[in-house]
Design a protein around this ligand. Sequence first.
Ligand SMILES: Nc1nc2c(c(=O)[nH]1)N[C@H]1C(S)=C(S)[C@@H](COP(=O)(O)O)O[C@H]1N2
Ligand SMILES: [Mo]
Length: 324
Amino acid sequence: MLIKKPDDIKGGEITDRKVYLSRRNFLRGAALAATTFATGVVYKQLLAPQPELATPVGRVEPGPQSAPKKWGLPGEEATEYQKIASYNNFYEFGTDKYSPARRAQSLVTKPWTVSVEGLVNKPKVFDLDELTRLFPPEDRIYRHRCVEGWSMVIPWLGFSLGDLIKQSEPQGGAKYVAFETANDPKGRGIPQTDALTWPYVEGLRLDEALHPLATLAVGIYGEPLLPQNGAPVRLVVPWKYGFKSIKSIVRIKLVERMPTTTWVKEVPSVYGFFSNVNPSVDVLRAQATEQRIGEWGRRQTLPFNGYAEQVAGLYDGMDLSYYV
Ligand SMILES: Nc1nc2c(c(=O)[nH]1)N[C@H]1C(S)=C(S)[C@@H](COP(=O)(O)O)O[C@H]1N2
Ligand SMILES: [Mo]
């Protein structure tokens, strides 16, 4: 694998991707600045105590304390709300795990619309309130596996993306679905950092998008999404690595050809379009085990993140060590 040099490993496992990014910037000719930045990030992660949440969390004692059975999975406890809300990837607001909880508070989420467009008979721009009225969200507790090696169990509040897509009446030529995060620095309070190119974009094959597990989430633990978790509406694809679960979505477009995605654009040699959780294929680094946030030790990573029974059929006949 291209990116695993001994140099890269010493910064700490969780900073792998940032180290990669700093190398990319290096290649772009921003050597000094990038190196300084990457070092700063490493120190921050090593030294930072658990950060205070900038947002007053609506529910100080979240679900697990009051109703642990309701929120867990068999043999797996739901991750504490405070952890879900303070350990995030949202590169628009910084590349370390703790920045989004502080910096995403600038995100303007009202009013918010989601456009469903492209190869559909009934394109429509939905106001968020209308969306949740038409598709009432329900509790959906899923594992969330980041390619950096950590995982959580998150009690989302959401509805099936497929229900929204079906009502738009996809045309015969529609084969894929492309998603876009808001990209409006002034109007939406999203800083234009140079970590990635914006907007963040993602995609699914249409049959994946129609699978009932593919979820549009509007809340966690029964509360509206916090900005750092991708308010007011984000994708959740529990059998794929976390980066497929694009946050703060404004556009859903049905298209004929496989759309590009942010991480495929960034590192085509490492990331693939499908990005199904697969313990036997290394993406970024070995993916056989994971650190469940809030637990000691590591868990075995399950094929399709434990959802093989439901989703493996989508990939019948595909060589999943090639179609990563
Ligand atoms: N727009 C946008 N969406 C994003 C990201 C991002 O940087 N920007 N990061 C992804 C990654 S890598 C992960 S692991 C999840 C993290 O979601 P969480 O912070 O709610 O756990 O969001 C994904 N969606
Ligand atoms: Mo991730």
